[in-house]
Design a protein around this ligand. Structure first.
Ligand code: NAP
Length: 274
Protein backbone atom coordinates (compact mmCIF):
# COMPACT_ATOMS: atom_id res chain seq x y z
CA UNK A 1 0.00 0.00 0.00
CA UNK A 2 1.25 3.47 -0.87
CA UNK A 3 1.84 5.88 2.02
CA UNK A 4 0.56 9.37 1.17
CA UNK A 5 -0.03 12.63 3.06
CA UNK A 6 -3.49 11.30 3.91
CA UNK A 7 -2.32 8.05 5.50
CA UNK A 8 -3.38 7.75 9.16
CA UNK A 9 -0.64 6.78 11.59
CA UNK A 10 -1.11 4.26 14.44
CA UNK A 11 1.57 3.04 16.79
CA UNK A 12 2.73 0.86 19.65
CA UNK A 13 4.35 2.43 22.70
CA UNK A 14 6.31 0.26 25.10
CA UNK A 15 9.72 -0.95 26.15
CA UNK A 16 10.94 -3.29 24.80
CA UNK A 17 8.95 -3.61 21.56
CA UNK A 18 11.43 -5.34 19.27
CA UNK A 19 9.65 -8.72 19.41
CA UNK A 20 6.11 -7.35 19.08
CA UNK A 21 3.89 -8.88 16.40
CA UNK A 22 1.46 -5.92 16.54
CA UNK A 23 2.97 -4.09 13.52
CA UNK A 24 2.61 -7.30 11.51
CA UNK A 25 -1.09 -7.85 12.33
CA UNK A 26 -2.22 -4.24 12.09
CA UNK A 27 -0.46 -3.51 8.81
CA UNK A 28 -1.92 -6.76 7.46
CA UNK A 29 -5.37 -5.56 8.58
CA UNK A 30 -4.91 -2.18 6.83
CA UNK A 31 -3.81 -3.97 3.68
CA UNK A 32 -6.70 -6.45 3.77
CA UNK A 33 -9.37 -3.78 4.30
CA UNK A 34 -7.81 -1.00 2.19
CA UNK A 35 -7.89 1.35 5.21
CA UNK A 36 -5.31 4.10 4.58
CA UNK A 37 -3.24 3.46 7.69
CA UNK A 38 0.26 2.54 8.77
CA UNK A 39 1.33 1.10 12.15
CA UNK A 40 4.78 1.56 13.67
CA UNK A 41 6.43 0.53 16.96
CA UNK A 42 8.05 3.11 19.25
CA UNK A 43 10.46 1.80 21.87
CA UNK A 44 10.09 4.43 24.55
CA UNK A 45 10.43 4.74 28.32
CA UNK A 46 8.55 8.07 28.28
CA UNK A 47 4.80 7.51 28.70
CA UNK A 48 3.96 11.19 29.31
CA UNK A 49 5.94 12.26 26.25
CA UNK A 50 4.26 9.51 24.21
CA UNK A 51 0.78 10.77 25.11
CA UNK A 52 1.83 14.33 24.22
CA UNK A 53 3.31 13.11 20.91
CA UNK A 54 0.10 11.24 20.01
CA UNK A 55 -1.82 14.50 20.53
CA UNK A 56 0.71 16.77 18.81
CA UNK A 57 1.28 14.56 15.76
CA UNK A 58 -2.34 13.55 15.27
CA UNK A 59 -1.56 9.84 15.66
CA UNK A 60 -5.01 8.23 15.36
CA UNK A 61 -4.57 5.34 17.75
CA UNK A 62 -2.02 3.43 19.79
CA UNK A 63 -1.44 0.08 21.43
CA UNK A 64 0.13 0.32 24.87
CA UNK A 65 2.35 -2.38 26.30
CA UNK A 66 4.69 -3.00 29.24
CA UNK A 67 5.68 -0.88 31.17
CA UNK A 68 3.10 1.83 30.32
CA UNK A 69 -0.30 0.13 30.67
CA UNK A 70 -1.00 1.66 34.09
CA UNK A 71 0.98 4.90 34.12
CA UNK A 72 -0.36 6.11 30.74
CA UNK A 73 -3.85 6.40 32.28
CA UNK A 74 -3.05 9.70 34.01
CA UNK A 75 -2.37 11.27 30.60
CA UNK A 76 -5.65 10.30 28.92
CA UNK A 77 -8.89 12.31 28.81
CA UNK A 78 -11.37 9.47 29.16
CA UNK A 79 -11.09 5.85 30.28
CA UNK A 80 -13.65 3.23 29.40
CA UNK A 81 -15.39 1.48 32.34
CA UNK A 82 -13.86 -1.96 31.67
CA UNK A 83 -10.30 -0.54 31.48
CA UNK A 84 -10.98 1.36 34.69
CA UNK A 85 -12.16 -1.87 36.33
CA UNK A 86 -8.94 -3.63 35.26
CA UNK A 87 -6.82 -0.60 36.15
CA UNK A 88 -4.83 -0.74 32.91
CA UNK A 89 -5.10 0.45 29.31
CA UNK A 90 -3.76 -1.36 26.25
CA UNK A 91 -5.44 0.80 23.60
CA UNK A 92 -5.68 4.54 22.94
CA UNK A 93 -8.15 6.05 20.49
CA UNK A 94 -7.41 9.65 19.49
CA UNK A 95 -10.72 11.09 18.41
CA UNK A 96 -12.50 14.44 18.69
CA UNK A 97 -9.33 15.99 20.08
CA UNK A 98 -9.32 13.60 23.05
CA UNK A 99 -7.39 10.50 24.06
CA UNK A 100 -9.71 7.65 25.05
CA UNK A 101 -8.32 4.59 26.87
CA UNK A 102 -9.57 1.00 26.51
CA UNK A 103 -8.42 -2.48 27.44
CA UNK A 104 -8.99 -5.24 24.86
CA UNK A 105 -6.80 -7.97 26.46
CA UNK A 106 -9.58 -9.69 28.40
CA UNK A 107 -11.95 -9.49 25.45
CA UNK A 108 -9.27 -11.12 23.27
CA UNK A 109 -8.96 -14.11 25.59
CA UNK A 110 -12.71 -14.38 26.03
CA UNK A 111 -13.28 -14.44 22.26
CA UNK A 112 -10.54 -17.05 21.78
CA UNK A 113 -12.31 -19.36 24.23
CA UNK A 114 -15.79 -18.59 22.93
CA UNK A 115 -14.76 -19.78 19.47
CA UNK A 116 -14.65 -23.25 21.08
CA UNK A 117 -16.99 -23.21 24.08
CA UNK A 118 -19.17 -20.90 26.18
CA UNK A 119 -17.85 -19.25 29.34
CA UNK A 120 -21.08 -18.40 31.17
CA UNK A 121 -21.61 -20.63 34.20
CA UNK A 122 -18.30 -22.46 33.70
CA UNK A 123 -15.69 -23.12 36.41
CA UNK A 124 -12.58 -21.32 35.17
CA UNK A 125 -9.14 -21.71 36.76
CA UNK A 126 -6.68 -18.91 35.99
CA UNK A 127 -3.02 -19.70 36.68
CA UNK A 128 -1.19 -16.45 37.46
CA UNK A 129 -2.25 -13.16 39.03
CA UNK A 130 -0.46 -10.53 36.93
CA UNK A 131 -1.77 -8.05 34.37
CA UNK A 132 -3.11 -10.59 31.86
CA UNK A 133 -4.81 -12.63 34.62
CA UNK A 134 -6.49 -9.46 35.88
CA UNK A 135 -7.82 -8.48 32.43
CA UNK A 136 -9.04 -12.03 31.73
CA UNK A 137 -10.51 -12.39 35.22
CA UNK A 138 -12.76 -9.35 34.79
CA UNK A 139 -13.87 -10.46 31.32
CA UNK A 140 -14.70 -14.00 32.52
CA UNK A 141 -16.56 -12.67 35.57
CA UNK A 142 -18.52 -10.21 33.41
CA UNK A 143 -19.40 -13.18 31.22
CA UNK A 144 -20.84 -15.07 34.21
CA UNK A 145 -18.02 -17.54 34.91
CA UNK A 146 -17.16 -18.98 38.29
CA UNK A 147 -13.51 -17.85 38.51
CA UNK A 148 -10.72 -19.30 40.65
CA UNK A 149 -7.18 -17.87 40.80
CA UNK A 150 -4.00 -19.81 41.60
CA UNK A 151 -0.59 -18.20 41.64
CA UNK A 152 3.01 -18.88 42.69
CA UNK A 153 2.75 -15.98 45.16
CA UNK A 154 -0.47 -16.90 46.92
CA UNK A 155 -1.04 -13.41 48.40
CA UNK A 156 -1.35 -11.97 44.88
CA UNK A 157 -3.93 -14.62 43.96
CA UNK A 158 -5.90 -13.71 47.08
CA UNK A 159 -5.82 -9.96 46.29
CA UNK A 160 -6.88 -10.47 42.68
CA UNK A 161 -9.67 -12.87 43.69
CA UNK A 162 -10.92 -10.29 46.19
CA UNK A 163 -11.06 -7.58 43.49
CA UNK A 164 -12.86 -9.92 41.10
CA UNK A 165 -15.31 -11.33 43.62
CA UNK A 166 -13.74 -14.71 42.84
CA UNK A 167 -11.97 -17.36 44.90
CA UNK A 168 -8.29 -18.20 45.23
CA UNK A 169 -6.60 -21.53 45.77
CA UNK A 170 -2.98 -22.50 46.31
CA UNK A 171 -1.20 -24.15 43.37
CA UNK A 172 -0.79 -27.29 45.52
CA UNK A 173 -4.56 -27.70 45.79
CA UNK A 174 -5.68 -27.25 42.18
CA UNK A 175 -5.66 -30.99 41.44
CA UNK A 176 -8.22 -31.57 44.23
CA UNK A 177 -10.86 -29.52 42.40
CA UNK A 178 -12.75 -29.77 39.11
CA UNK A 179 -12.60 -27.09 36.45
CA UNK A 180 -14.18 -26.76 33.00
CA UNK A 181 -11.61 -24.30 31.65
CA UNK A 182 -7.97 -23.73 32.64
CA UNK A 183 -6.01 -20.68 31.43
CA UNK A 184 -2.27 -20.27 31.87
CA UNK A 185 -1.30 -16.59 32.15
CA UNK A 186 2.24 -17.16 33.48
CA UNK A 187 5.31 -17.09 31.22
CA UNK A 188 6.11 -20.70 32.27
CA UNK A 189 6.76 -22.67 29.06
CA UNK A 190 7.60 -19.63 26.94
CA UNK A 191 10.61 -19.65 24.61
CA UNK A 192 13.43 -20.45 25.38
CA UNK A 193 12.42 -22.54 28.47
CA UNK A 194 9.90 -24.53 26.44
CA UNK A 195 10.02 -27.70 28.57
CA UNK A 196 8.45 -26.05 31.61
CA UNK A 197 4.79 -26.66 32.53
CA UNK A 198 2.92 -24.38 34.98
CA UNK A 199 0.60 -27.04 36.49
CA UNK A 200 0.83 -30.73 37.49
CA UNK A 201 -0.58 -33.15 34.88
CA UNK A 202 -3.10 -34.39 37.45
CA UNK A 203 -5.20 -31.22 37.00
CA UNK A 204 -5.67 -31.93 33.27
CA UNK A 205 -8.84 -34.00 32.90
CA UNK A 206 -10.56 -35.26 29.72
CA UNK A 207 -12.99 -32.77 28.19
CA UNK A 208 -11.43 -29.75 29.94
CA UNK A 209 -10.65 -26.68 27.77
CA UNK A 210 -7.05 -25.54 28.26
CA UNK A 211 -5.82 -22.20 26.93
CA UNK A 212 -2.20 -21.10 27.11
CA UNK A 213 -1.84 -17.38 26.40
CA UNK A 214 1.83 -17.89 25.51
CA UNK A 215 2.16 -17.93 21.70
CA UNK A 216 5.89 -18.58 21.33
CA UNK A 217 5.94 -21.52 20.96
CA UNK A 218 2.40 -21.88 19.59
CA UNK A 219 2.15 -25.43 20.93
CA UNK A 220 3.49 -25.15 24.46
CA UNK A 221 4.37 -28.16 26.59
CA UNK A 222 1.20 -27.47 28.62
CA UNK A 223 -0.94 -27.75 25.46
CA UNK A 224 0.87 -30.94 24.41
CA UNK A 225 0.23 -32.53 27.80
CA UNK A 226 -3.37 -31.29 27.84
CA UNK A 227 -4.02 -32.80 24.43
CA UNK A 228 -2.51 -36.11 25.53
CA UNK A 229 -4.83 -36.03 28.58
CA UNK A 230 -7.92 -35.64 26.36
CA UNK A 231 -8.43 -31.89 26.83
CA UNK A 232 -9.46 -29.39 24.13
CA UNK A 233 -6.60 -26.95 23.57
CA UNK A 234 -6.56 -23.27 22.62
CA UNK A 235 -3.25 -21.57 21.80
CA UNK A 236 -2.25 -17.98 22.59
CA UNK A 237 -2.55 -16.70 19.01
CA UNK A 238 -6.34 -16.36 19.30
CA UNK A 239 -6.17 -14.01 22.28
CA UNK A 240 -3.46 -11.93 20.63
CA UNK A 241 -5.35 -11.63 17.34
CA UNK A 242 -8.73 -10.83 18.95
CA UNK A 243 -7.27 -8.13 21.22
CA UNK A 244 -5.71 -6.59 18.10
CA UNK A 245 -8.93 -6.99 16.12
CA UNK A 246 -10.81 -5.06 18.81
CA UNK A 247 -8.18 -2.28 18.63
CA UNK A 248 -8.51 -2.15 14.86
CA UNK A 249 -12.29 -1.79 15.06
CA UNK A 250 -12.06 0.94 17.73
CA UNK A 251 -9.64 2.90 15.55
CA UNK A 252 -11.26 2.47 12.15
CA UNK A 253 -14.92 1.75 12.90
CA UNK A 254 -14.76 -1.22 10.53
CA UNK A 255 -14.84 -4.95 11.14
CA UNK A 256 -11.36 -6.43 11.55
CA UNK A 257 -10.18 -9.03 9.02
CA UNK A 258 -9.57 -11.61 11.78
CA UNK A 259 -8.75 -14.53 9.46
CA UNK A 260 -6.02 -12.57 7.65
CA UNK A 261 -4.62 -11.23 10.93
CA UNK A 262 -4.49 -14.73 12.34
CA UNK A 263 -2.89 -16.15 9.19
CA UNK A 264 -0.01 -13.68 9.22
CA UNK A 265 0.76 -14.45 12.89
CA UNK A 266 0.80 -18.23 12.34
CA UNK A 267 2.98 -17.79 9.24
CA UNK A 268 5.47 -15.72 11.21
CA UNK A 269 5.53 -18.01 14.27
CA UNK A 270 5.75 -21.20 12.22
CA UNK A 271 8.76 -19.79 10.37
CA UNK A 272 10.45 -19.06 13.71
CA UNK A 273 10.43 -22.81 14.43
CA UNK A 274 12.44 -23.57 11.28
P1 NAP B 1 2.92 -10.26 34.80
O1 NAP B 1 1.99 -9.16 35.14
O2 NAP B 1 4.38 -10.09 35.02
O3 NAP B 1 2.43 -11.60 35.61
C1 NAP B 1 3.14 -12.79 35.51
C2 NAP B 1 2.45 -13.87 36.36
O4 NAP B 1 3.13 -15.09 36.11
C3 NAP B 1 2.52 -13.61 37.86
O5 NAP B 1 1.35 -14.09 38.45
C4 NAP B 1 3.74 -14.45 38.28
O6 NAP B 1 3.65 -14.95 39.59
C5 NAP B 1 3.62 -15.62 37.34
N1 NAP B 1 4.95 -16.19 37.10
C6 NAP B 1 6.02 -15.61 36.53
N2 NAP B 1 7.07 -16.46 36.47
C7 NAP B 1 6.65 -17.61 37.07
C8 NAP B 1 7.27 -18.86 37.35
N3 NAP B 1 8.54 -19.10 36.99
N4 NAP B 1 6.54 -19.82 37.97
C9 NAP B 1 5.25 -19.58 38.33
N5 NAP B 1 4.61 -18.41 38.10
C10 NAP B 1 5.29 -17.43 37.48
O7 NAP B 1 2.80 -10.67 33.26
P2 NAP B 1 1.50 -10.53 32.29
O8 NAP B 1 1.51 -9.21 31.65
O9 NAP B 1 0.31 -10.98 33.04
O10 NAP B 1 1.87 -11.59 31.14
C11 NAP B 1 2.02 -12.94 31.43
C12 NAP B 1 2.25 -13.77 30.17
O11 NAP B 1 1.18 -13.65 29.29
C13 NAP B 1 3.49 -13.39 29.35
O12 NAP B 1 4.09 -14.59 28.95
C14 NAP B 1 2.93 -12.65 28.17
O13 NAP B 1 3.75 -12.77 27.03
C15 NAP B 1 1.61 -13.36 27.97
N6 NAP B 1 0.57 -12.52 27.33
C16 NAP B 1 -0.03 -13.00 26.20
C17 NAP B 1 -1.03 -12.25 25.60
C18 NAP B 1 -1.71 -12.75 24.35
O14 NAP B 1 -2.37 -11.95 23.69
N7 NAP B 1 -1.63 -14.01 23.99
C19 NAP B 1 -1.43 -11.04 26.17
C20 NAP B 1 -0.80 -10.60 27.35
C21 NAP B 1 0.20 -11.36 27.93
P3 NAP B 1 4.18 -14.15 40.89
O15 NAP B 1 3.05 -13.26 41.30
O16 NAP B 1 4.48 -15.21 41.87
O17 NAP B 1 5.40 -13.37 40.46
Amino acid sequence: MQITAKTSVYCLIGHPVGHSLSPLVHNQAFKATGHQGVYVAFDTADHAGSAAAIRALGIKGASVTIPHKVNIMAHLDEIDGHARQIGAVNTILHSGGKLHGYNTDGYGGQKAIEEKTSIAGKKVLIIGAGGAARALGFSFKNRGADVCIANRTYEKARFLAQDLGAVSVSLDEISDRNFDILVNTTPVGMHPATDAVPVPESVLTPGMYVMDIIYNPVRTKLLQKAEAAGCHVIDGVGMFVFQGAAQFSLWTGIEAPVAQMRRVVYEYLNNLDK
